[in-house]
Design a protein around this ligand. Structure first.
Ligand code: ARG
Length: 264
């Protein structure tokens, strides 16, 4: 994770961001601290902190730093110049922490765990808005597993982790409206137990949740019917208010990057 010391809305690169809707920095910090405390104190996760840097406000969304594969970080190639400035900090942090850092060819956009999520030994890869489809071959070679590219069809759900969330090896949350027909079929064939969320819950970033074992950290304000469907699968819900980060188009999942992935 990365503390939101320098977090602001400094530009508009997705439909949620507006320079006219500034984040309250004190509230953002308190919300982030609550998320951090929940993950570390209550759920027992070990969290490492990437040092914040002035001038790169979206560095807090560490899900986009890259994708971990063992001790290798496949570092992101950001789509927008504003976020490309994060790449240096990310690479040097991970190198210093003892990881190997590799990149995909520069011509391909790739936004890390924001667009690449493991499900049943396959890497589901969302492309179009931030990541480019042809990156999937290089990605498959690096992770040594099958990569399933699915096109994202709705600009509001510009990263895969805004519309798809693996809960366990059988179950995932998703917003079907964010995919095209082909993508929906790929996901339906891959995941035995799909929980579809309504557009209202999707807009509330319900799919941008973090599963820690049978615990699910999820944005506050999701519908009670969705909460019930998740709880019926024996997950304990931990709602977190991340309103200041929604203003940048992100919630809980965007704020964390998994370091110890069980990829297969
Ligand atoms: N403002 C950031 C961007 O547009 C938000 C990133 C959200 N991250 C995510 N994994 N969905 O790039």
């Amino acid at each position: 994770m990365c503390r939101p010391t320098y977090y602001t809305i400094a530009y508009e690169i997705n439909p949620w961001m507006s320079l006219k809707r500034q984040a309250d920095s004190r509230r953002a910090l308190a919300q982030w601290e609550a998320l951090h405390r929940l993950l570390t104190h209550r759920l027992g996760a070990r969290v490492r902190l990437l040092p914040p840097r002035r001038g790169v406000p979206d560095l807090v969304f560490t899900a986009n730093a890259g994708l971990l594969h063992g001790r290798t970080l496949i570092r992101s190639n950001f789509r927008f110049a504003e976020r490309r400035k994060e790449e240096g900090s990310i690479a040097s942090y991970f190198r210093r922490a003892g990881f190997r850092v590799v990149t995909l060819p520069r011509r391909y956009g790739f936004e890390g765990e924001g667009d690449a999520l493991w499900m049943r030994g396959r890497l589901l890869f969302g492309f179009r808005f931030r990541s480019d489809a042809p990156a999937h071959e290089a990605l498959a070679r690096l992770v040594g597993a099958e990569v399933l590219p699915v096109e994202l069809a709705d600009a509001r759900f510009y990263h895969l982790d805004t519309c798809f969330c693996p809960l366990d090896n059988r179950t995932a949350l998703w917003f079907p409206g964010a995919f095209d027909r082909y993508g929906r079929r790929v996901i339906e064939q891959l995941v035995p137990d799909l929980i579809s969320v309504t557009e209202r819950d999707a807009r509330r970033f319900a799919c941008n949740a973090v599963a820690v074992g049978r615990h699910l950290v999820i944005q506050t304000g999701i519908s009670s019917s969705l909460a019930r469907r998740i709880e019926r699968r024996r997950f304990a819900l931990h709602p977190v208010e991340l309103s200041e980060f929604l203003k940048a188009g992100g919630s809980a999942k965007c704020l964390v990057l998994h370091l110890n992935h069980i990829s297969k």
